[in-house]
Design a protein around this ligand. Structure first.
Ligand SMILES: Nc1ncnc2c1ncn2[C@@H]1O[C@H](COP(=O)(O)OP(=O)(O)O)[C@@H](O)[C@H]1O
Ligand SMILES: C[C@@](O)(CCOP(=O)(O)O)CC(=O)O
Ligand SMILES: [Mg+2]
Length: 328
């Protein structure tokens, strides 16, 4: 068996706009998904996903081509779990040329699902890395990131950026603009996360922004303005100017809100953080529900968030310098 882990991330700037060729700056954080992959004697795929429901579940089936497996769990949970893992296993088969090989896949993750912390990218990166290593191939980080991106692209209905997957594969703070992916020098940032306990559907939220952008020129301008914020944000990051980073994050949240991807609980958490004295706060990831990211070196934001209705959890997130990690 091969086991790999990969980190989640927060977006300092640029989610959604990055799908249309603007730059984005995500930053890997120390919450991880671990995926174990073991080759089977037959060509079936057995997925054990601990975190998909309270009790977890295990399915065994011949692959999506055989139709959905016959098990007693909620259809949406199954489809969700199958998509990324199936896609990742397809990449493993493609890299190794072993089309008929089957696997037992076990997923354990500290990253809340669909909450904007990049659980899908971390699962895809860790699964492809463990799967290829199980068959004796170790991928370079760039290829691993690219193949994980292909997985996200397909599951998200042909609309995805390389930001999450590159960040999860390499770790640290990164800058992604189309296919140009690079690592950035980043100061130690005082990152606080607030989580509303909910989730958003990345594919649907991305489609919503795409529709707005096609319908209104000002929505397309809004997406471009997010790109301008990111370019300013890169300079603030290089200068370790946390106050300026915060101001730009606030602006970025406003524009994401205008694009319809915030929610009442995300807005409440953002305002709680700002009122507590955070340098800035914004939603992270696709939005609709899930997490916000704030910058505050003091404990004030965490304390305020812990009393904010709609906030279920809050924690300080350390930047993860390590991307994919090979555990076994
Ligand atoms: N622990 C896990 N086990 C199985 N599948 C997972 C796990 N974590 C994430 N996934 C997959 O990723 C999807 C969530 O991805 P997405 O909607 O992009 O949100 P995010 O990447 O912000 O967490 C889940 O629906 C599921 O398919
Ligand atoms: C909205 C988007 O920019 C980020 C999605 O992040 P997450 O899956 O919500 O963590 C989509 C993408 O870049 O593929
Ligand atoms: Mg995702």
């Amino acid at each position: 068996m091969a086991v790999s882990s990969a980190p989640g991330k927060v977006y300092l700037f640029g989610e959604h706009a990055v799908v249309y060729g603007e730059p984005a700056v995500p930053c890997a954080i120390e919450v991880r998904a671990r995926v174990g992959v073991e080759q089977r004697a037959d060509s079936k795929l057995r997925i054990h996903a601990e975190d998909l429901s309270l009790d977890g579940f295990t399915v065994e089936y011949g692959g999506t081509a055989d139709g959905p497996p016959d098990v007693d769990v909620q259809e949406s949970l199954l489809t969700a779990a199958m998509g990324y893992v199936d896609g990742a296993i397809e990449q493993v088969r493609d890299v190794t040329g072993e089309d008929e090989v089957g696997f037992d896949v076990t997923i354990e993750s500290d990253i809340p699902l669909g909450a904007g912390l990049g659980s899908s990218a971390a699962v895809a990166v860790a699964a492809i890395d463990a799967g290829t290593r199980e068959l004796g191939t170790t991928l370079e980080t760039a290829e691993l990131a690219e193949r994980a991106y292909q997985t996200e692209y397909e599951v998200q209905g042909g609309q995805a950026s390389r930001a999450d997957t590159f960040c999860s594969a390499t770790g640290g703070a990164v800058r992604v603009e189309d296919a140009d992916c690079r690592s950035l020098e980043a100061p130690d940032l005082p990152i606080v996360v607030g989580f509303d306990g909910g989730a958003g559907d990345t594919g649907k939220l991305v489609a919503g922004v795409r529709d707005l952008r096609e319908e209104y020129e000002f929505a397309a301008d809004t997406v471009e303005s997010i790109g301008d914020i990111v370019r300013n944000g890169e300079e603030a990051l290089a200068a370790a100017d946390v106050e300026e980073l915060g101001r730009l994050m606030n602006f970025n949240h406003g524009l994401l809100s205008a694009l319809g991807v915030s929610s009442r609980s995300l807005d409440s958490m953002v305002w709680a953080a700002r009122n507590a004295g955070a340098h800035g706060a914004k939603l992270t990831g696709a939005g609709g529900g899930g997490c916000i990211v704030a910058l505050d070196p003091t404990d004030e934001t965490e304390t305020a968030l812990s009393y904010t209705p709609g906030c279920e959890d809050t924690f300080r997130a350390e930047l993860s310098e390590t991307g994919v990690e090979r555990l076994e």
